[in-house]
Design a protein around this ligand. Structure first.
Ligand SMILES: *Cc1c(COP(=O)(O)O)cnc(C)c1O
Length: 402
């Protein structure tokens, strides 16, 4: 096929040329005297990304799933109780991982299309007077349904309950795209991966833990620890403090990470978040106003700025739309996972992205829907998004002129 492939799944995302070029490096000795010049600044930059002054970041050659595992196996003891809300495939998988490590997960089931309930978390913690619950696990952005939970509200709920549990947050499809404040929100374990907001290939599992989590880590180590080796924080910290890794790091990924973080900071994190909101609002205008369809996210307070899950009308299969888009228009859309398989398709709008790329995805999705018989008006999605983008731009121009 000629022309560019339109990659609009919610990860992996498009890799900017700047990052691709930065990754094109010959191999070098990762135990050389020069290596810490690359490695050490990465940890400072990651603190800035996670918005923490005193947190400890980790870079594992893994994916988001590995970082999920790293945070749990280092800080908890075998059989510990944890509390987690489940409202989509990713929250489901993290719970499954915790259970496979022998943790006792108390699940708060929420309707898919909604998110973590601070009220229910508060009540569960309040009732846990013995403080058996050691951690609360929350997925900030549920990529399967396009739902963003309010992590600040979860922290307030935990404080209101006066409960000492650790707070672990999956920010794989939000950190670097949607605001995340580790220190301000009292997050004890923040988790992300390289192939979403960070615009890199998959291959890094990133996490950052608070001093409270490191205390828990020392405590767990002395007291029936969960098994770990590859993901052991202690091994990492021993090497990382001098700018090295306990095993061979992926050099291209580290160079790419350095470039990705430089790009995000050059744009300014707050501007990056605003751009994601602005682009996402255009996609939502296409879905809701243009096509007259519904999002999986039930209310505006759940809307995700990195992925929109579009419900297809009953009698149609979202998978047909995705197949058509891929085969006929060279467009990759996200599929419906598990409970919502066939009921929706997802448009990823995160990472290295602009208005016309979003309009390309909208138009491709629209043509594909029409091809499989879904009755949406030709041009309606793009028209709604265009007007959103033009209006928003007029507003920002007016603001700049003030
Ligand atoms: C992608 C994703 C994951 C899994 O990350 P992998 O890098 O595929 O292991 C976990 N949580 C969320 C919210 C995600 O979007």
């Amino acid at each position: 096929m000629t022309g560019r492939h339109f990659l609009h799944v919610p990860g992996p995302t498009n890799i900017p040329d700047r990052i691709l070029n930065a990754m094109r490096v010959p191999s070098e000795d990762h135990r050389s005297l020069a290596f810490p010049e690359l490695a050490l600044p990465l940890f400072d930059s990651l603190r800035k990304l996670f918005k923490t002054a005193g947190g400890t970041p980790f870079i594992f050659p893994a994916t988001g799933t590995g970082a999920w595992e790293a945070v749990l196996v280092n800080t908890l003891s075998a059989g510990d109780r944890v509390l987690s809300a489940r409202f989509g495939q990713f929250s489901h998988l993290w719970i499954d991982l915790a259970r496979r490590h022998g943790l006792d997960v108390v699940v708060q089931q929420e309707e898919w299309g909604t998110g973590a309930s601070p009220e229910r978390i508060h009540d569960a913690l309040k009732a846990d007077t013995a403080h058996a619950i050691k951690a609360v696990m929350v997925v900030q952005n549920e990529t399967a349904t396009g739902v963003t939970s309010d992590v600040a509200a979860v922290r307030r709920a935990m404080d209101a309950a006066g409960h000492p549990a650790l707070l672990f947050v999956d920010g794989v499809s939000s950190i670097g795209s949607i605001d995340f404040r580790m220190d301000e929100w009292g997050v004890d374990g923040a988790i992300t991966g390289s192939q979403k907001g960070l615009m890199l290939p998959a291959g890094l599992g990133l996490c950052c833990v608070s001093n409270k989590a490191l205390d828990a880590q020392r405590n767990a180590r002395a007291n029936n620890p969960l098994r770990r080796c590859f993901f052991d924080f202690d091994d990492m910290m021993k090497s990382n403090k001098d700018g090295y890794f306990p095993y061979t790091p992926s050099l291209p990924m580290l160079y790419g990470l350095r470039e990705a973080l430089a790009m995000l900071f050059e744009e300014g994190l707050e501007n990056v978040f605003a751009r994601h909101r602005y682009l996402a609002s255009g996609v939502r205008a296409a879905v809701l106003d243009g096509w007259g369809l519904q999002l999986c996210a039930r209310e505006p307070k759940w809307y995700s700025d990195t992925v929109s899950a579009v419900m297809v009308p009953s009698g149609f299969n979202g998978t047909d739309v995705i197949k058509r888009a891929f085969k006929r228009y060279n467009l990759a859309l996200g599929t419906g996972l598990s409970e919502v398989a066939g009921k929706l398709f997802r448009i990823g709008h995160l990472g290295d992205l602009n208005e016309l790329m979003c309009l390309g995805a909208i138009t491709g999705a629209e043509m594909s829907m029409r091809d499989v018989g879904i009755d949406v008006k030709p041009g309606s999605g793009a028209a709604a998004a265009e007007e959103h983008y033009r209006r928003a731009d007029a507003q920002s121009l007016a603001k700049a002129a003030e």
